[in-house]
Design a protein around this ligand. Sequence first.
Ligand SMILES: [Zn+2]
Length: 386
Amino acid sequence: MSTCSYKSPKDTKFKCDRERDNSSIYCCFHEPIDSPKKIHPETFLERLETLLDNNDGNWVGFNFPQNMSFGNIIFNSPIDLRFSSAKELKFDGCTFEKKVTFSNSIFSEEVTFSSSTYEEDVDFSFCIFEGNVVFSGSFLKEINFQKGEFKKISSFIGTYKGPVNFSNAIFYDAVTFRGGWNHSLTAKCGAMSMTGSVTLCINSQNKERSTSFFEKIGGQINKLKEFTKGKYTFFKNKLAKEIKHRSDKFKKFTRRVWKRVTPDNSTKRNPLFHGTVNFTDVDFRRPDRTKFINVDLNKATLIGADLKGVHFYDVNLWQPSLRRQGLYDEVYAIETQDRGYLKRMLPRLEAGYRNLRITLEENKDYATATDFYIGEMESRRRQKSF
Ligand SMILES: [Zn+2]
């Protein structure tokens, strides 16, 4: 049996040694997406699970079949997916326990990474996203989108704990960066407390049961109707009374529960970024469709990122060491204690402060804009002292 003839385009050292599939020159993983020999997503998933069972995460150049979906899967070995390609790819509720590398991959349609947890580094550098993309979940370590190209609508939602690198990325269309809120409910009756969301479900079985129950009642009512009008009215009133009694009982019960479980006002802001963020030379082609909502940018390098015209909602730019709102680039330049570096940075800092001040004024955030004006003037004054 001959082996797959796939060779990675740049990393020529990589050669696939898996068996060829279905009289093709490739294995099932490297068979091109549009090939008629491409296997069904479910079969593809089964074969991937076999690889996972064997701790084989060498998935360089894999071509995912169209409409590939991963739900609640735990990836417990490092996954190397460089140079891979996919059309309509979805990861929902998955856990990546080890590093996952997608660099240099092409996603030709929609990609969704939702409610997933990434316990180690994630690398999407040099990737091309042709369709809409969603990256939501908990990124506990470093995440790299360096030189990524985002052609359609992009959303970054959730909690990004580690450093994030967007340097030199291009966003051609709308992009949203959005943090969240942690709500907690505390039970007053004891030491028990719970945090999370409460979901009300309607069980379809109950629905069926209640329908047949009312059908039965309806049948009875019709019979009674035929029997005597007076008796029907009597029955109707009795039924209405019974319904009222039960609804009052239910209301009392819910009131009792809500008295014991009440919000303790511990709704906490959970900003998107918790670590450093590199926005150096990011290109937002549609600033009018670029939104930062509930985002901490006080550890973000923003020099070179043209943020003119973007929208800010609840953005934190507070710099404790400067005792005002400002650019992390300035804090970093001061902290390095390298006078040469600071000298080189000052004109860029001045321009950075000016650009962002204009954006803040457009967003009608005059308090932050005033601090940025101070930053701009400080940078100009310092240049004269060199
Ligand atoms: Zn192969």
